[in-house]
Write a protein that binds this ligand. Sequence first.
Ligand SMILES: [Fe+2]
Length: 488
Amino acid sequence: MSHFPDLPEYTGFNTPLRAELDITDCEVEGEIPSDIDGAFYRANPDPKFPPLLGKDLYFNGDGVITQFRFKDGKVDLKQRYVRTDKFRAEAAAGRALFGAYRNPFFDDPTVAGLSRGTANTNVLLHAGRMFAYKEDSHPVEIDPITLETKGNHDYGGRIKSVSFTAHAKIDPVSGDMIGFGYDAKGIATPDVAYYVIGPDGEVKHETWFQVPYSNLMHDFGVTQDYVIFLVVPVCSSLERARQGAPTFGWDASKDVFVGIMPRYGSGADLRWFRGPNCFCSHVMNAFNQGTRVYIDVPMSKSNMFPFFPDVTGKPFDREAAAGRMTRWSFDLSKPDEGWEKRQLGNMVGEFPKIDERYATLPYRHGYLCVVDPTLPFSANGGSISGLRVNKIGHVDHATGREDSYWVGEKSSLQEPCFVPRSKTSAEGDGYILVLANRYEESRSDVLLLDAQRLSEGPLAVIRLPIRLRSGLHGNWYDGDQIEAAGNR
Ligand SMILES: [Fe+2]
């Protein structure tokens, strides 16, 4: 019989669900506007089997994709595991065969050479295909209607990097997908492969380069003319991996590097900027005005990931890990090595999102998960990341105005997703969808809020009879996109 360890990653609200679900016509409180037609897809880790080595990072669970399909004022839920190589091999064996996160040295010998990807981080639809992503491996294609797995996708052999980011950007103007793979030649290698994939699904640009030190390059920035690579010292070490220690660790002694390259440039065109040690991971958006390049990140003084321990053994510093939205601006017309930093508002948080129709462009509205420690939190449980997200925040970059919704002391929130009111509505005119974790009831709700009036609370609550584990990232796609991709 399967038995998961008695650890926070596997108990309480984080107990693996291990379920595939279909719920037609979910219970709704309030009213869902009848013209919303599309689906909110999200990815979350959910280990099918107890960990091979007795414990593992939450982020190494098998990828599950949840689809909330909105049509005619109703919502249907569908959830399926992604049949990755790992999932299939372990299902056949009836037990875990892969060891720790990003560490192949303790895997069962029978899986040597198989992809270790879990497809648990993000879901994107591009060029008529939907993919589930894990940044250590290739995208896995899934059917956007049935969520059935179609298989690993390397763009006809064009993606030679062994890895591909879970945070590729889709340019709403050109239809290009811009992505990269770090650790492109294997774990802890300094190699990065950069790709632009056209709206026809063909790789149209590729270049390779090396970073100053190998690290967790989780996200990046793309503007209309440039691409921005962040080298922040969550560093990887083969030596640690071989010893069974976490492959990634925080190194406060290292500087931060930012590499900026023309979007269709080569590695030789990459210009490196260098600044003092700090932490950031996700990117809200990036844009450029001529040779001025801007990237907005939740930035903190120190590591925000307690599961990637300090390489010197120093304990996790929760205060120093508090991130605030910060605009980094680079002037490419000057020879300076550094850049300017300007804080955008006061909310502490992470998991930034935008109206994706403005990705890579100057934009006004940003949304994020907010941690407000001044409000009470009385439920048992919480996020495994250590972030108790109790608000969804909105920041208007044009006015500086902040707005937020507090979910109450017995719940927490997951990453928000913006839904445009219509294809032609103005930027930020639409809805926010967000999962609420109801700890006391061990249940989840999906909240639908007006994106311009978060503090007024949900317009509708989709009440789920079950608990969905904490997810990572998700996106909204319109019904016509889904139908076209599903029937290709
Ligand atoms: Fe991410």
